[in-house]
Design a protein around this ligand. Sequence first.
Ligand code: SAM
Length: 408
Amino acid sequence: MRAEGGGPPLAIVGFLGDESFGRAAAAALRAADVVMGIGRLLDALPADVAGKRIEVAGPLAETLELAAERRALGERICLLASGDPGFFGIVRVASARFGAGALEVHPAPSSVAMAFARAGLHWDDAVVVSAHGRPLAAAVEEVLPWPKVAVLTAPDQPPEALGRALLDAGCGPRRVTVCARLGHDDEAVTRTDLDGLAAGAFAPLAVVLLEVPGALDASGGPTLAWGLPDHRYAHRAGMVTKAEVRAVALGKLALPGTGVLWDVGAGSGSVAVECSRLAPGLRVFAVERRPDDVERLRENTIGTGVVVVDGEAPDVLAGLPDPDRVFLGGGGLNVLESVLDRLRPGGLVVATYVALDRAAAAATRLGSMVHVAVSRGVPLGGSGALRLAAENPVFVCWGPTPGPDDAR
Ligand SMILES: C[S@@+](CC[C@H](N)C(=O)[O-])C[C@H]1O[C@@H](n2cnc3c(N)ncnc32)[C@H](O)[C@@H]1O
């Protein structure tokens, strides 16, 4: 068989650990005149093929030129690759060089598929980020907004370097699974957190899985949901931002994908929890001063990425990173002033008030206000009919409202 561009087909066989996948891959190895690859992959060759090995170490372009020269002489070339060569692998460059029709690709399972399999997780909702050939900071930027990410680490950027870069970037809590040397005899799967990742010493040939605890499952789980019923949160007699008001406040917060959010006077933490679920890339801090509320707050935030801060605003805010978003569940205007002092450029504060005078002052300071009056339908006796039961009206204030020249 002759392939496009002249010469026999160029076989590319993927290996994961010391195994290729399937009979066609084994046949391609046997049929080849030469088998080219890096030492780690060549070492996995079966004994009857090992004699055909040509070790390459330089840039991929040089390897492909060598393959082209030998192929032009009529030799059948087989290139070795790791995992699925079409997934962050050599197929991209090889098809540009030889034409897609010249290639005969035999993938092994991708290291990413295998990593999620080892972790016992589905991954149709995961984002894959490569740290190869780019600054780690660029990979970290891509990691931060997503609840479930697999990172392909590089020899010069091992898992622990990724961990340090994530901590430096202020990444919130993550469940971490480091899957190193998959398919090799010394395969190691380590479950840890970001601190453990940063402090560890892992083989650089690894896939690092990062999950935001408690994040929504974008595929099979509950759909994006906010304004959940009040009873979902343990709270002190009615001291919870009511579901419908919470829904409005979350809308006004216009949550960014990354950054810092403070929920000040968090009470039950319902706003913090829903912000963290909707925008898992945010670092969410829930600040509360009453010890009994702090206890409930801790309970409500178990398994989420929310960090509970036990103390009184504004003093305790000094220890937190500057916010991009702040939710204020009431409180005095001095707290509003102190969060505005710390707000990052382009940031937003959303505050709810029951008292008219405070709401009016906050609306004047922030620029925007809406009055939310909710009546819930409740059963009227045993008749099956509904009557309206009015909730306390709440003022939702937000801003700073952009001026006419502001693009936001
Ligand atoms: C250039 S990418 C190639 C990905 C490959 N095409 C695949 O589908 O697995 C190389 C990266 O894949 C990951 N990788 C490849 N083989 C691995 C293995 N046996 N165990 C863990 N990670 C592996 C590592 O992150 C490595 O740095």
